[in-house]
Ligand binder design. Structure first.
Ligand SMILES: *Cc1c(COP(=O)(O)O)cnc(C)c1O
Length: 457
């Protein structure tokens, strides 16, 4: 098919939208390692998890053999309000870069929460409602997950309690107010409301918090409140399962026009958008049906895949959550305060960690000043103001397109544009004022946290 016929935006019809999520683990030869009980170091059972998570979500979490899970109709109806997400041919960026590469991006920022996180939030709220729960608790860092969950909970009439990392709570008052508009209660973390919060504050007075710490608080509140469970916006298998809707739509849209990507790029925080985007493509790769070059992009200031260790670690600072085997910087790792671009979790989804360890995926780390340069370049030609997180993927997509310019190769590049950056203007401001710097942790800093990894034999 000639290039000219490919529209700027490729949409699917409502009838072509995915009816089931795809569970990549079912096709993986080396399965991701199981979650372990932090006390006994034995694999977590569904029963042991049931005080923390919703029952149906536990089933999804532990299932590494069922390839497809039907998407309940109520969730598909909600998806129809903002999906399909457009798959855009970046003609303007290609023109600007003067590259022979063909660039596509899947844009997930077309909803009020501004990111892909709503795809899993609505699923998790649905299952909580089905179980007859009163509400859910969670943590949020930059605020996208908390916003998405607030929207999902208000849709199904559930109470929503969000622990927001204190520095974001103070720096992003508008995010907080969006959450409250949707009826959520938002508490800066660490707080005096929980035992673990009080303990962390006593040990580190004046701390501005971390995701790991907010997770501990949210889990504690869920387990101590009747009718509440904890939900998480990334890292877990269930989240990656729900996010497979991104990749399934992308693949269906590309197949419609006979497009096959050579390179697939995504930013990686906890790994859910990247895992979701690549799922059906990686499925083909592990089944030996096709080959693709996958690239995970992470910040140089929080480099879990490129500089972390593949080991069992705590998922939270308070060490109350199950242990996960993942590429990790250690649960005590807190990215430098100068880091502005999100993607600050210390670990990586166990599924992506296993794929990376098996050599099925590449990982690259990029500096934030280079990320914001790419963000600005993209905004000026493609019209969308990208989230700093998403801009990590833009950076590497541009780098790859420029390589094609040198070699003359006409590669097809696909990347995930996970969201918009309207609430990140303080970071953009720093960049424009020329005061954004790059902080790269030293080997000593990284080693110091490895020493605190749990000993598992
Ligand atoms: C949360 C978020 C990410 C990173 O999370 P993953 O689970 O790694 O996908 C990336 N982009 C945006 C816009 C986000 O909100």
């Amino acid at each position: 098919m000639s290039d000219k016929k490919i529209p700027y935006k490729i949409y699917l019809e409502e009838s072509e939208l995915p009816k089931a999520w795809y569970n990549l683990r079912a096709d993986m030869k080396n399965k991701p390692a199981p979650l372990l009980d932090p006390a006994t170091h034995k694999p977590m059972t569904a029963q042991a998890l049931s005080g923390v998570f919703c029952d149906e979500l536990i089933k999804q979490e532990l299932d590494d053999s069922t390839p497809y899970f039907e998407i309940p109709e109520a969730i598909r109806d909600f998806y129809k309000m903002y999906r399909p997400a457009p798959l855009v041919r970046a003609y303007c960026l290609e023109e600007k870069l003067q590259t022979p590469a063909k660039i596509y991006y899947k844009f997930e920022g077309n909803n009020t929460s501004g990111s892909h996180k709503l795809n899993s939030a609505i699923a998790q709220a649905y299952y909580a409602k089905q179980q007859g729960l009163k509400g859910v608790t969670t943590e949020t860092g930059a605020g996208q997950w908390g916003t998405a969950l607030s929207m999902a909970c208000s849709y199904f009439g559930l109470d929503c309690k969000v622990y927001m990392v204190k520095c974001s709570y103070e720096q992003k008052p508008f995010r907080r107010e969006v959450m409250r508009t949707y009826g959520a209660s938002v508490t800066p973390s660490p707080s005096m409301e929980t035992e673990v919060g009080r303990k962390i504050l006593a040990e580190h007075p004046g701390t501005t918090g971390s995701l790991g710490c907010a997770i501990s608080e949210a889990v504690e509140t869920a387990t101590k409140s009747e009718g509440y469970r904890y939900v998480l916006g990334s890292v877990l298998n269930q989240v990656m399962l729900h996010q497979s809707v991104i990749g399934l739509e992308t693949k269906a849209a590309m197949d419609k026009y006979g497009i096959k990507p050579d390179i697939i790029i995504g930013c990686a925080g906890g790994g859910s958008n990247l895992g979701g985007l690549i799922a059906p493509f990686m499925g083909e790769k592990v089944r030996g049906e096709a080959d693709y070059h996958f690239i995970a992009v992470e910040p140089a200031s929080c480099p879990s895949l490129t500089r972390g260790k593949y080991a069992y670690d705590y998922c939270d600072t308070g060490m109350v959550c199950p242990l996960a085997k993942m590429y990790t910087l250690g649960s005590g790792f807190i990215p430098s305060a100068n880091h502005a671009g999100g993607l600050r979790y210390h670990g990586m989804s166990s599924t992506l960690s296993q794929l990376y360890d098996d050599g099925l995926m590449e990982a690259r780390s990029v500096k934030q000043t280079e990320v914001f340069e790419a963000a600005e370049q993209f905004a000026r030609v493609e019209g969308i103001l990208p989230a700093p997180e998403s801009s990590h993927a833009i950076r590497v997509a541009i780098d790859e397109a420029l390589k094609c310019k040198e070699t003359g190769e006409e590669k097809t590049i696909l990347f995930g544009l996970t969201g918009t950056g309207y609430f990140d203007m303080l970071a953009y401001e720093k960049f424009h004022n020329g005061i954004m710097t790059d902080y790269i942790p030293t080997d000593e800093e990284i080693q110091a946290n490895f020493a605190k990894l749990p000993k598992i034999d």
